[in-house]
Unconditional design. Structure first.
Length: 534
């Protein structure tokens, strides 16, 4: 018997779509398809289609907890699927089409997906993987041109007059795998409750700042890191969504302008492409754009400056699949208006502070039982906890560490006295030289600031005397000449002398992971037999 006397209203994600359809039913959802055509629907339309999809899934025998997979870009049919899959009580499993075949094989089999909904552009992947995917019984294509039943025809038999499956708020609703730079990908199984709490924080000003006047262009794919929770938070707010199924900067820029987009979210690479597009087209960033949320990897300072000079509010966020993914954001500080522009940019260039619901701490890299002070100097392994942080990976056995509740992010960071988080590296990537730590990220950041350097990666390579020493791997900009000594001199102006890389190698290409990050593991493999010259 509970002592409290308030109503029972479970925190289930279907509440979002009910609310959106009821209170913001006519707010538009725009989809721009790869072939240049567009569709327009509304939150009421999304709910109706999602209900039809849930009815259809129920007829196929999909039961609460069953996994429904997607392999698709951003568009309203994908959004319908998010709500349709959870509406039947199922678990939405968004798969990243950029993963390698072995990972795609592992993920869908490990998840035991029963239904696969996909875009026609990914038909070659489907054809290739079909014989390897053992549990998938039904294939549905989002486009009429695809090699499977068309989504619209598939749901057309249903009337949309059903009810959502009910259940506990701690039931799972979504499954996302990390790309797994080492070993097999790991699944993170989000719950209804965790997803609702996460979305409610996502709506607030330090994060996406969404309300019903927001026109949101989510560039972050719906297949990566739960699309930062936007499909849920946007419905709660009744925002208008503008989706593009292609990531071409010219298309995104045109959509931004035409639909008067106010808010957009994406990784730094996407913003680099967009800013380059505006420059070469001789255009300004559309005036309607007021907020840019950027995360997934560190935002370069020059990008922050450029956006802020155009009057845009930048929210530089840190997070990971394991944190749903919101961890921190570089929100304005209480004394924001008293700071100089440069000071403001410096704050935005760090990863920001934790919102309510996220706790952070750093522990000693050599002794995880030692919690480090928030002194802005001491770097350590970053740990987090909160209601939308993973407890254990999908299908992992419960063990003693569950009770501990602090999740090891694998990131290395410094926490400043005011709570600002500053990432300095990944635990696997820090370079240990003579018992001291060297931040590979700081070396890289300094290196890319040198003219002619397109991309740089620093890795630790075995050294007989120092254990490891940094090796800098550099890709030059097309046609550029880069002098090694001048580069080292430039680095010396940014990092401690003993951090300077013992050698610089120029390569044509640096390997990347399925989510576009530098693959240090591949790079370390590549240079495993590197010999330092005496
Ligand atoms: P993956 O599937 O590759 O694990 P995630 O999006 O979960 O994809 O990756 C999370 C990692 O990305 C974090 O642990 C951190 O190292 C990095 N990251 C995310 N946001 C930032 C940021 N703002 N600055 C620097 N690194 C970031």
């Amino acid at each position: 018997m509970h002592l409290g006397a308030m109503q029972d209203w479970s925190l289930r994600v279907t509440r979002f779509i009910d609310h959106a359809a009821r209170e913001h039913g006519s707010r538009e959802i725009v989809s721009r398809w790869a072939d240049g055509t567009e569709s327009r629907t509304t939150w009421a339309g999304i709910r109706h289609d999602a209900m039809r999809m849930a009815q259809k899934l129920a007829k196929l025998g999909i039961k609460p907890g069953d996994r429904v997979a997607t392999l698709a870009m951003n568009h309203h049919r994908h959004l319908v699927t998010w709500y349709g899959a959870v509406g039947v009580g199922g678990v939405l499993h968004t798969i990243n089409p950029r993963l390698f075949d072995d990972q795609l094989d592992y993920i869908a089999n490990h998840a035991e997906d029963r239904v696969m909904l996909f875009d026609a552009v990914f038909a070659p992947i489907i054809e290739r993987m079909k014989p390897r995917w053992k549990t998938i019984e039904h294939y549905i294509c989002f486009d009429s041109s695809g090699p499977a039943e068309h989504f619209e025809d598939w749901i057309a038999t249903e009337d949309g007059q059903g009810e959502w499956a009910d259940g506990d708020e701690r039931d799972p609703c979504m499954l996302c795998y990390t790309s797994g730079t080492t070993g097999n990908p790991k699944g993170v199984l989000y719950e209804h409750r965790s997803t609702v709490l996460h979305a409610m924080i996502g709506m607030t000003p330090p994060l996406f700042s969404v309300d019903c006047r927001t026109v949101m262009l989510p560039i972050v794919p719906m297949f990566h890191a739960a699309s930062w929770g936007l499909p849920w938070a946007g419905a709660a707010a009744g925002a208008k969504f503008v989706y593009s199924a292609v990531n071409d900067p010219a298309v995104l820029a045109e959509l931004m302008e035409r639909e008067a987009v106010t808010t957009s979210a994406g990784v730094p690479t996407v913003w680099l492409g967009l800013l380059q597009h505006f420059d070469t087209a001789g255009k300004d960033i559309p005036e309607s754009l007021k907020t840019v949320v950027c995360g997934g990897s560190a935002m370069p300072r020059a990008m922050i400056e450029r956006l802020m000079r155009s009057g845009i509010r930048v929210s530089h966020a840190w997070g990971m699949t394991e944190t749903s993914p919101i961890g921190t954001s570089s929100a304005e500080t209480w004394n924001w208006d008293d700071l100089s522009f440069d000071e403001q940019v410096s704050i935005k260039a760090m990863q920001g502070r934790a919102p309510f619901g996220v706790e952070l701490r750093c522990v000693d890299l050599g002794d995880y039982s030692k919690v480090l002070p928030r002194d802005g100097k001491t770097s350590g392994a970053l740990q987090v906890r909160g209601p939308w942080v993973v407890k254990r990976y999908f299908k992992a056995e419960a063990d003693a560490t569950d009770a501990d509740q602090w999740f090891d992010t694998g990131d290395v960071a410094v926490i400043h006295p005011d709570g600002t988080l500053q990432l300095t590296d990944r635990t696997k990537d820090v370079i240990k030289s003579g018992g001291e730590w060297i931040s590979s990220v700081e070396l890289e950041n300094a290196a890319v600031g040198f003219p002619g350097v397109a991309e740089a990666a620093a890795i630790g390579v075995y050294h007989p005397r120092w254990d490891e020493r940094p090796l800098l791997v550099v890709v030059k900009k097309p046609g550029a000449e880069v002098c090694q000594d001048a580069l080292r001199e430039h680095l010396a102006g940014h990092v401690a002398k003993w951090w300077l890389p013992d050698a610089v190698v120029f390569v044509d290409e640096i390997p990347h992971t399925g989510t576009g990050k530098i693959s240090k593991k591949d790079l370390r493999d590549q240079f495993r037999d590197w010999k330092w010259s005496a």
